[in-house]
Ligand binder design. Structure first.
Ligand SMILES: NC(=O)c1ccc[n+]([C@@H]2O[C@H](COP(=O)([O-])OP(=O)(O)OC[C@H]3O[C@@H](n4cnc5c(N)ncnc54)[C@H](OP(=O)(O)O)[C@@H]3O)[C@@H](O)[C@H]2O)c1
Length: 287
């Protein structure tokens, strides 16, 4: 059984991005810039944005944070996004979720310039992914694809079962695995809370990707012998420890390979955001 070490792959990709950023700066004369918009004081959001700033520093990307107060209205937030859209020194924009209830999330995410949409949430970018000509790829599925590729795990012809159909993980992951390209060509089934006989389906998977958000949701009886298991979930237990959506200790006895939590998919998500920011800066230079 192989433990799929996301930290190691993440370090490898960051080192590649760092080298590419140096070359980009020499060519263009400026740094790639990522701007994060954060509304309110959600402690988890502050940690996420802090991790993104740290990641930027590590690879030579400049980061800026636009901090707005909790009571910010949709219109005020739209104006802040618009300022960043029109600022040619900013290449990537991310709006940290969750937004306060008084903000219309879809309106805000749709307002981000699709060429600066490094989270790949804009409908134009989702459409391009579904047509197999991506501009940006959502960071978590992108990280999972790299994790599989760089561990030599073939997806072509494989039966991949995804548990969870969110717009940020399950759905884009399914679309990417369907593409006629490297890291694609899989036969994909996306399951969700209305799926019947879930265990029967998950047991048939060659590769099982779980993004539910429920601690130890996938138990050993739901996994076939020799499966590659990717656990996207991040759950905090009452004792403060983090755990995934998969019962790691039991499932690792059956799986061919498995991601740990923490240290699996998590480290790759921020890294692929850095990759998308560099892509955005390159697109800006290309005009
Ligand atoms: N590692 C990372 O970087 C990273 C990134 C993103 C998310 N995450 C973590 O991944 C987890 C999922 O996040 P998300 O945003 O994708 O989730 P989400 O938007 O909460 O969606 C959860 C999905 O799980 C499905 N589900 C819930 N109960 C189920 C059940 N009993 N059987 C089958 N499916 C069920 C839901 O089905 P319905 O659609 O029918 O409700 C939904 O599609 C969370 O723990 C999150 O913190 C980690």
């Amino acid at each position: 059984m192989v433990i799929l070490d996301g930290k190691k792959i993440s370090d490898e990709i960051r080192s590649e991005i760092r080298d590419e950023v140096v070359r980009f700066k020499l060519r263009s004369g400026f740094s790639p810039v990522l701007a994060a918009v954060i509304v309110g004081n959600d402690p988890a959001s502050k940690i996420y944005v802090g991790n993104k700033e740290k990641g930027c520093r590590e690879v030579g990307i400049e980061s800026r944070v636009v901090q707005l107060k909790e009571s910010t209205t949709t219109q005020e937030l739209l104006r802040a996004v618009d300022r960043l859209n029109n600022d040619s020194s900013v290449h990537g924009i991310l709006v940290q979720r969750p937004l306060p209830n008084n903000c219309n999330e879809n309106l805000i995410l749709d307002a981000v310039n699709p060429f600066k949409d490094v989270d790949a949430f804009h409908p134009e970018n989702v459409g391009l992914i579904s047509q197999g000509r991506p501009r940006f790829i959502p960071c978590t599925p992108y990280g999972i694809q790299e994790l599989l590729l760089r561990n030599g795990i073939e997806t072509e012809g494989k039966k991949v079962v995804i548990v969870g159909r969110s717009n940020i993980v399950g759905k884009p992951m399914g679309l990417m695995l369907l593409q006629q390209s490297r890291g694609g060509n899989a036969t994909v089934m996306i399951t969700h809370s209305r799926t019947k006989n879930l265990a029967e389906i998950t047991r048939q998977a060659d590769i099982l990707i779980v993004a539910v958000g429920a601690a130890n949701f996938v138990t050993a009886d739901m996994v076939g012998r020799g499966t590659v298991v990717v656990d996207v979930g991040i759950n905090r237990l009452p004792d403060g420890k983090l755990c995934g959506d998969v019962d790691f200790d039991k499932v690792k006895e059956i799986a061919a390979a498995i991601t740990p939590v923490p240290g699996g998919v998590g480290p790759l998500t921020v890294t692929m955001l850095l990759r998308n920011t560099l892509t955005a800066a390159e697109l800006a230079v290309a005009g």
